[in-house]
Design a protein around this ligand. Structure first.
Ligand code: SF4
Length: 410
């Protein structure tokens, strides 16, 4: 309840203190549902009369993530991992499909391939879905434990394009961000996919990650070339050709992550790296798309803004801003005018590296993972050291303290 927390700002615009009023706790601790199966699960989805973006049944497998990708807010904010049982999921999937009439179901979580018993779940779903001509899609697969068996199970009904998100082109930078995917594992997954008949592959990356160099940028092009060579070598049917799409977005530092102290790169610098990458991609089988950087700059300002940002958002709206994440409607000029009218600067929020001990507006919220843990993870990032996932070793991030037994079940 923001009205119970009074902020004071320093002369340089940073947050000086936050005082809790009327007996409010100095920190608000996140509440979690420990046993997901015991909580309400909606199966009667509203079916719109027009086509929408996620026009299918979405089955949530689990919350949280055992990985620790250092840029990922959801990965830290939703810890600890809590799973549904396979039996529960099969029941809810059937009920949701019957109630909605949808002909497609997808599995949702932060890292679907980490779901224990995924093969059993997909088998169970396909057994019920196939005779009814309902298709199953598996998004967010990791490139490291992607299996032929799983792919074959899914492709029986309908084959869609594949998407992998290595996030960075070089192993060095993937270690910095703790994206524990090796080039070998990625190419192996591609080999399996091409042998299985896939010929459309999307690869997602970020530009502007902390410590990124030009070698890391051109490594994206080299990786895409290696994927193409893998296709040439292993494709089941080369006559259909191949379509590899490389997409980059501009890194947006997020609160509650080890990169919450980081500065975002300047728009011009991002565009220079885009150009470098575009020129490094020479094959016509590889398409390169990049995300509009001005939107990412505003995202970065909003992401780590304080409550003064509320006035900016209102001002944008007063000046006619609507549906701004739609590029047709986004106007950078309008945002800059609104910032100016409020006496604020987007660069202060987006492009400023925070001091080690700076108080953050979101420090009043305790999500479990401690700030000291995040700071340690940042140091590990700069040292290029990876942190194992929760199944290998608990690193004591603090999220288990939210559980009654104070212990994660990984
Ligand atoms: S407490 Fe340990 S096992 Fe639990 S989420 Fe944190 S690092 Fe992972």
């Amino acid at each position: 309840m923001p009205s119970l927390y009074k902020p004071e700002y320093n002369d340089d615009g940073t947050l000086g203190s936050v005082t809790a009023l009327d007996g409010a706790p100095s920190k608000v601790t996140k509440r979690i549902i420990e046993n997901l199966d015991s909580a309400f699960y909606p199966t009667k989805a509203i079916v719109p009369s027009t086509e929408i973006v996620h026009d299918r049944v979405v089955l949530e497998l689990f919350r949280g993530c055992v990985r620790g990708c250092r840029f990922c807010q959801a990965g830290f904010a939703y810890r600890p991992v809590r799973r549904h049982s396979t039996k529960f999921l099969l029941e809810k999937a059937k009920a949701s499909l019957m109630d909605s009439g949808y002909e497609e179901i997808t599995l949702s979580s932060l890292s679907t391939s980490d779901f224990k018993g995924l093969a059993g779940l997909t088998d169970g779903l396909l057994e019920w879905c196939e005779p009814r001509r309902i298709s199953l899609s598996l998004p967010s697969l990791r490139a490291d434990n992607f299996s032929m068996g799983l792919m074959e199970r899914v492709q029986k009904v309908r084959r869609s394009g594949l998407t992998f998100a290595p996030e960075a082109g070089s192993q060095r930078l993937r270690d910095v961000i703790n994206k524990n995917v090796t080039e070998e594992a990625l190419l192996d997954s591609c080999r399996v996919a091409f042998e299985g008949g896939w010929n459309t592959l999307k690869l997602y990356f970020m530009l502007g990650l902390p410590t990124e160099t030009d070698e890391d940028v051109t490594a994206i092009a080299e990786l895409a070339e290696k994927v193409l060579r893998t296709w040439r070598q292993y494709a089941a049917n080369r006559s259909r050709g191949v379509k590899i799409t490389v997409s980059t977005s501009m890194f947006v530092p997020k609160p509650h992550t080890p990169f919450e102290w980081e500065a975002q790169v300047a728009v011009d610098e991002y565009l220079r790296r885009v150009k470098l990458l575009r020129e490094s991609i020479t094959s016509r089988s590889i398409t390169y798309n990049w995300h509009e950087p001005h939107v990412s700059l505003i995202e970065a300002a909003l992401s780590r803004g304080d409550r003064r940002m509320g006035a900016v958002i209102e001002e944008v709206w007063r000046r006619g801003g609507r549906l701004d994440s739609w590029s047709d409607y986004f106007s950078m000029e309008r945002w800059l005018e609104a910032f100016k009218a409020c006496g604020l600067d987007p660069d202060f929020y987006a492009r400023r590296e925070r001091g080690k001990d700076e108080l953050f507006p979101w420090d009043v919220v305790d999500l479990g993972v401690g700030k000291r843990y995040l700071a340690r993870e940042r140091e590990e990032a700069y040292a290029g050291r990876v942190t194992p996932d929760c199944r290998v070793k608990c690193m004591g991030c603090g999220a288990s303290l939210l559980l009654e037994g104070r212990k994660c079940d990984e």
